[in-house]
Design a protein around this ligand. Structure first.
Ligand SMILES: Nc1nc2c(ncn2[C@@H]2O[C@H](COP(=O)(O)OP(=O)(O)OP(=O)(O)O)[C@@H](O)[C@H]2O)c(=O)[nH]1
Ligand SMILES: [Mg+2]
Length: 300
């Protein structure tokens, strides 16, 4: 049922609201609500490998773990999804693990919105951890922090210098920096640079942790688990009001997203089915898109 509901969200078709109208509002942080962990970073940084290990760590704590991989490249190659599936295969027969890749339905913005709605679904199904993997391209890593309680930014010694990272806005979103592929040269330098940069960030009540990890060789994972749990405790210590406020913003945003998606879908259906002459004038340019949109919005 969960998989089917996610497919509906992913497709964003007109029937989605009817099907999902009984999904409750996402719960506030705290007992019973899932901890949402966002994992982001440049392509190939080792996010999926790390997520796979993180799943193992969570399972080791007796937690039920769901993974949502948001993959903007998948509709073109399909390769990345396949690779993720293979990597997560070791958890495939584990009932305490749920894995799902979301493929793009056109544009990245829509994909990130879908991810938020999928997190709502997973919350309703009572998972303890929800891990959201997004590849850091442009705005997507910034959107992950809208749904995630804890944001893990994965970098590698090869992924460019710290200045680059700061330019990409990653410093502001990171709660935990993972310098992955620490089995390769240059990790120590990046760790030191990130530590310095993180300490200079004045807007937050805590500075981001910086960890050296080799996801492939399973090194540094215990420190990562500790750091994730610690950040969760810190979040909880901020108190309920803080989380209510964040959730309130999320609920408003989701409402507006759903309305705009719904309006778009129903306008598209109408154009196909009943709006023949309307469509014709639009196609021929005798009615401008502006006029058309104005008339559609103000239709009786
Ligand atoms: N040497 C080394 N290689 C690693 C490590 N972690 C991951 N890799 C390798 O890096 C490559 C990319 O790993 P993925 O986990 O697919 O990276 P990703 O960030 O999920 O990639 P995309 O989702 O395609 O952006 C794979 O060949 C991994 O085996 C590590 O700690 N050390
Ligand atoms: Mg991946």
């Amino acid at each position: 049922m969960l998989a089917r509901a996610i497919s509906l969200v992913e497709a964003g078709t007109e029937g989605v609201l009817e099907a999902l109208k009984n999904v409750p509002a996402r719960r506030s942080f705290g007992p019973g609500a899932p901890r949402v962990i966002g994992v982001t970073g440049p392509p190939g940084a080792g996010k999926s490998t790390l997520v796979n290990q993180l799943v193992g760590q969570g399972r080791g704590q007796g937690l039920r773990v769901a993974v949502v991989a948001v993959d903007p490249s998948s509709p073109f190659t399909g390769g990345a999804i396949l690779a993720d599936r293979i990597r997560l295969e070791e958890h495939a027969v584990d009932e305490g693990v749920f894995v799902r890749s979301l493929s793009s339905r056109g544009h990245l913005g829509g994909l990130c919105r879908a991810a938020g709605q999928v997190v709502d679904l997973l919350d309703a199904c009572g998972w303890d951890w929800v891990i959201v993997e997004t590849v850091g391209v442009g705005q997507s890593e910034l959107s992950v922090c809208e749904v995630a309680d804890t944001v893990v930014v994965v970098l590698t010694p090869e992924s460019g210098d710290t200045v680059q990272t700061m330019k990409a806005g990653l410093l502001e979103v990171a709660d935990i920096f993972v310098v992955n592929k620490a089995d390769r040269p240059g990790a120590g330098i990046l760790v030191r640079e990130l530590e310095e940069a993180a300490q200079m960030d004045p807007r937050r009540g805590h500075s981001a942790a910086v960890l050296e990890v080799s996801a492939l060789h399973r090194e540094g994972l215990e420190a990562l688990l500790k750091s994730v749990l610690k950040h969760g405790d810190w979040c909880e210590s901020l108190g309920r009001d803080n989380w209510e406020k964040r959730r309130a913003e999320g609920r408003l945003r989701t409402f507006l997203d759903l309305v705009s998606e719904g309006a778009r879908a129903s306008a598209a259906t109408w154009l196909q089915q009943d709006g023949d002459s309307f469509r014709q004038s639009l196609v021929e340019g005798t009615m401008s898109p502006y006029q058309a949109a104005f008339r559609w919005m103000n239709r009786a």
